[in-house]
Design a binder for this molecule. Sequence first.
Ligand code: GDD
Ligand code: MG
Length: 355
Amino acid sequence: MEAILLVGGQGTRLRPLTISTPKPLLPTAGVPFLAHQLARAKAAGVKRIVFATSYRAGMFEAAFGDRAYGVDLVYACEDEPLGTGGAIRNAARALTCGSHEPVLVLNGDILSGHDVVSQVALHEKAGAAATLHLTPVEDPSRFGCVPTDGRGRVTAFLEKTPDPVTDQINAGCYVFRRDAIDAIPPGRVVSVERETFPEMIASGAVVMGYVESEYWLDVGTPQAFVQGSRDLVLGRLESSAMPGPPGELLVLEGADVREGAAVGGGTTVGRGAVVEPGATVTGSVLLDGAFVAEGATVRDSVLGHDARVGPGAVLDGVVLGDGAVVGPGNELRGGLRVWPEVELPATAVRFSADA
Ligand code: GDD
Ligand code: MG
């Protein structure tokens, strides 16, 4: 089976990390995020993948070349981003399969433990034009809300509606019959969520919902990205792309966790990163060369390449861009994102218990 992987988004919600690296290539549990998807696709029987690229397109080929994780790779780049549907149509030029064969299409920012083989089997059995993986979530308004009828047929596609009619959402993994992709208008911006699926449903095409609530996460926000990495390291989602066995922490080659440092909760310590004695790091991602000084506390945070956390500083739910510096004693909490150019000086934001 062939697949199309959508990786052209700008990853704006993950800035400043995505200034230098596109979201799908951010190191996640020691490998580029996409490695986990490639390994899963291979396990589901995918032999060849077309990457639908746009933002920083060249970096994908540089990272994976023409074969990785047992899958052949080709690249279809958009000069201007064509939207999700336009990207699928553009990438289809590189497919080799026949018009009735199934093609797997994946959003490039999803970690999922669902059974792709069963999804394809349902698609074939129903003779569907498209079959969508659907999963229940707590806040469906942030996703594509997808109601189905008693036989699993999709009855509507409501992208990011304030009034969701069900908690069942589009999980970003589709099986398309090839000719349904070829029917998408070429050469212009198309949203598969707002245009293609609603039109297919309106025209009476068979669009099926494959509902499965195995592990599922969209890593598009800093919080979710940290959670995804943590879950992989802890083994809550199995991935054969992991460079080591699951456990409390993943320490990559050349990292230096000094004696007397407390590191755990699914933390990844990148190559050349250093955690000094007396520092505590929990559930976080330290990219290559990051530095955590003595007595500092880092929780549920991402430290970009060569970012530095000064002695005694506290970071909780924070993203530090590449090379960003937090001076001694600072306390940063709750969704702050520190840009590389910003250097927070010593004691700029210091709260003490008796203040
Ligand atoms: N090539 C290309 N060109 N890829 C694109 C483009 C484009 O113009 N626009 C977006 N993508 C890629 C992104 O890189 C990502 O992998 C995928 O398409 C989805 O885009 P997101 O920006 O992550 O969308 P979302 O998370 O807000 O919503 C989508 O995913 C949800 C599930 O996580 C929708 O498909 C929702 O319906 C769905 O519920
Ligand atoms: Mg997304």
